[in-house]
Design a protein around this ligand. Structure first.
Ligand SMILES: *[C@@H]1O[C@H](CO)[C@@H](O)[C@H](O)[C@H]1NC(C)=O
Ligand SMILES: *[C@@H]1O[C@H](CO)[C@@H](O)[C@H](O)[C@H]1NC(C)=O
Length: 259
């Protein structure tokens, strides 16, 4: 144990704080994109609209019990005959429990790593060595949004799903209160990108969320999100967007763009 701790300390002191670190991994693909639309994050068919359908199931260490839902990555395959240096961008919508493979991509995303005309050859490989790094998610003219889930039951139960989370962060806590009230109620992650509470404040609702950012965390305050007559199945604009970047540690940063 002592040796392990020393080793860990040694590793951390060697690492520098980076916006992006490159990691090596293995990737495969789902034969059907619809396999991912019922993914563990709970995005449903909305997921197919993310990143042009470049969705991915990630290993538990990247899925992070749902905190990794909506995280964006640049990923490239290491076979330089078949695959471009820049690779493609993917977004986490599902959990992948196969510990031999780090990412299971939608077919469309898997092909997108290849040069034009080489995509069938890449598909034939089935499993490829890849390099990946976390990148900020960018939603043009689109704020962070919350969707009121069908399992919600007014006035006793509220479940919301976060959509279009920009930046390179993870949501680690969510509170809800009536608009203008300082009486905050905490919400709990139910699963994936869905947070819920059984103590639902009355009236129109505001949210504050904690995201990982920089070296620690940051509050994001959405002052007026749900109207008092909020309805299930509706997506509400939070009026805010996240652009922060949570740092990670690696021996060498990979902050440039892959070309
Ligand atoms: C890349 O893929 C091609 C086609 O499958 C294969 O012939 C070649 O050996 C691979 N190259 C590397 C470096 O794996
Ligand atoms: C605060 O909000 C909770 C949940 O809506 C409610 O049960 C409680 O009575 C409120 N407390 C005050 C002091 O208003």
């Amino acid at each position: 144990m002592g040796i392990f701790l020393c080793f860990l300390f040694f590793l951390i002191s060697l690492a520098s704080a980076c916006d992006r670190c490159a990691h090596q991994a293995k990737a495969a693909y789902f034969s059907k994109a619809s396999a991912l639309s019922s993914g563990a994050c709970g995005y449903g068919s909305l997921a197919l609209g993310f990143n042009g359908g470049h969705v991915v199931g990630a290993v538990p260490s990247l899925y992070k019990n749902g905190a990794g839902c909506g995280a964006c990555f640049q990923i490239r395959c290491m076979n330089t005959t078949l695959c471009t240096k820049q690779g493609t961008q993917i977004i986490v919508t599902d959990l992948n429990n196969n510990n031999q493979i780090d990412f299971v991509l939608s077919r469309r995303a898997f092909r997108a790593m290849a040069y034009k005309g080489m995509d069938e050859d890449v598909l034939k490989l089935g499993i490829v060595d890849v390099e990946y790094k976390r990148i900020p998610c960018e939603y043009k003219n689109q704020n962070l949004a919350v969707r009121v889930e069908e399992i919600s039951q007014k006035p006793n139960y509220l479940a919301v799903k976060f959509l279009y989370q920009g930046g390179q962060t993870e949501i680690v806590a969510v509170d809800v209160a009536q608009v203008g009230s300082p009486n905050w109620t905490f919400m709990t992650r139910n699963y994936g990108a869905v947070w819920d509470t059984q103590r639902v404040p009355a009236g129109a609702l505001q949210f504050r969320i904690v995201v990982t950012a920089g070296y620690d965390g940051k509050w994001i305050w959405a002052k007026n999100v749900l109207p008092s007559d909020w309805k299930v199945g509706v997506v509400y604009d939070t009026g805010v967007q996240i652009s922060d970047i949570a740092k990670e540690g690696c021996s060498q940063c990979d902050d440039g763009s892959w070309k």
